[in-house]
Design a protein around this ligand. Structure first.
Ligand code: AMP
Length: 438
């Protein structure tokens, strides 16, 4: 199948040709025709499958075919869980819409509201937003959602994980009832289905890969190692090819900072991206990594969610994630768009139980290969009762005290950081399940 046969506007076909995209990916072939017909969609697709274009192209097509409104109130709203994903979706919309006259604004927390308010006042066709900051604008009446025709929920499962359900419901109640809703999610958890039933109109269900499966282009490897030698092993691995770019995951922000200091002192060009960094620092780290000015990007799970780095050959789990599903999200950053990738995990004895969970979720064995000179003092245990890291130590996220996550905020500040902490709490809770059940 080619893009030409999908009935997209000529301006979009030209943009696709500019980027050398000739064939739609499976999610695009499945989603674009029903979306163009105006149906609501419930689409299961992970990052890396081309899902952004699967909603961006029909959305832009609809804007191009119905002409511009005089008021330039936003006609399309895209909600994403993180700032980085919002910025990336904006970039994609700009790329695909380059031969059209559409304007878009990105609305997320961590930066001042002034420029966002100015952009909204000037008038935009598309708003790409994280839920917390969008609510801030709704409360301050700086955003009018009454002309929204298309609503996209991108990575809906992540938005729910991050505690955005109350914000989402509020936004869904504030957009016109007569609209098209396109929901994309890596998994169809029951809460997603409930949301769809309540707020969507007879959605078409599309699934191109089973939830929680990972692309076969990624090979998985584990190096068992003692905790005390992990940093040295990481440096050893990275030094094998100092030009190869790697995304390194740390479970904690504090741990990420410590790694960056250590790797920079060892001569690796390294930057960190996590929730305690200012938005400017996060944007800079990501663009330095994308332009190869830094070769190693150390990230926490939530900060890295959805970021699209082209042709990333390797993802390294310095710590295993405390929730197995996050492994799938982490390694979704490699083996993308037809490229092969390596997911390498440095696993210490106390993380054996987490490795057990991941193998169970992937339904496959992962090669466990010790590295000469870094052999662990005790072998990994791979049974259900295997040990797991203790909660709360080593700079783990702390439980949040005080107001509930989505209570009104008098100063109109962003909720994005709260989302990150809320997600941390949720994970902590889910980790309290008895090991025997895992
Ligand atoms: P996404 O899942 O939206 O994050 O997209 C993953 C990557 O695939 C991005 O780098 C896209 O630019 C790229 N991509 C999207 N659609 C196509 C296509 N039809 N052909 C080739 N690459 C694509």
């Amino acid at each position: 199948m080619s893009f030409d046969s999908l009935g997209l506007a000529p301006a979009l076909l030209r943009a696709l040709a500019d980027y050398g995209y000739t064939q739609p990916t499976p999610i695009q072939s499945a989603a674009i025709p029903p979306a163009l017909e105006g149906h609501d969609l419930l689409a299961a697709a992970q990052t890396g499958t081309g899902k952004t274009a699967a909603f961006a192209l029909p959305l832009l097509h609809k804007l191009s075919s119905s002409g511009q409104t005089m008021t330039r109130r936003p006609r399309a709203l895209v909600l994403t869980p993180t700032r980085e994903l919002a910025a990336q979706v904006h970039e994609n919309l700009r790329d695909y819409g380059k031969h059209m006259h559409v304007s878009a604004a990105t609305i997320f927390g961590g930066v001042s509201m002034g420029p966002q308010i100015n952009a909204l006042r000037r008038g935009v066709d598309i708003v790409i937003a994280t839920p917390g900051r969008l609510i801030d604008h709704m409360q301050q009446r700086t955003l009018d959602l009454s002309a929204v025709e298309t609503l996209v929920l991108d990575e809906a499962d992540r938005m729910l994980d991050m505690g955005f359900l109350p914000a989402l419901k509020r936004i869904l109640q504030s957009v016109p009832k007569k609209r098209q809703t396109l929901l994309f999610s890596a998994t169809f958890a029951p809460a997603i289905k409930t949301l769809a039933l309540e707020f969507m109109h007879n959605p078409r269900e599309i699934s191109v890969s089973a939830p929680n499966t990972v692309t076969t282009l990624v090979s998985h490897q584990v190096h068992p190692v003692d905790v005390s030698r992990k940093r040295d092993l990481l440096l050893h691995v990275l030094s094998q090819d100092s030009r190869r770019q790697s995304l390194v995951f740390s479970r904690t922000k504090h741990g990420a900072d410590k790694l960056v200091t250590y790797l920079n002192a060892s001569g690796m060009r390294t930057a960190a991206i996590h929730g305690n960094k200012s938005q400017n620092a996060r944007t800079r780290a990501l663009s330095d990594f994308k332009s190869a000015r830094v070769t190693v990007l150390v990230a926490t799970d939530i900060a890295a969610r959805g970021i699209d780095i082209e042709q990333l050959p390797m993802v390294i789990n310095f710590d295993l994630p405390s929730v197995a599903e996050d492994y799938v999200h982490r390694i979704g950053r490699t083996g993308r768009a037809g490229m092969e990738g390596l997911a390498l995990s440095l696993v210490s004895h106390d993380e054996s139980g987490l490795l057990h969970d991941i193998r169970k979720l992937l339904k496959q064995d992962i090669a466990i290969t010790p590295v000469a000179g870094f052999e662990p003092s005790a072998p990994l245990r791979l049974d259900a009762g295997a040990p797991r890291p203790k909660q709360g130590g080593g700079g783990q996220r702390q439980p949040r005290q005080g107001k509930p996550f989505n209570s009104p905020r008098p100063n109109g500040s962003s909720t994005q950081g709260r989302g990150e902490r809320a997600a941390g709490n949720q994970r902590r809770r889910s980790n309290h399940r008895p090991a025997a059940k895992a």
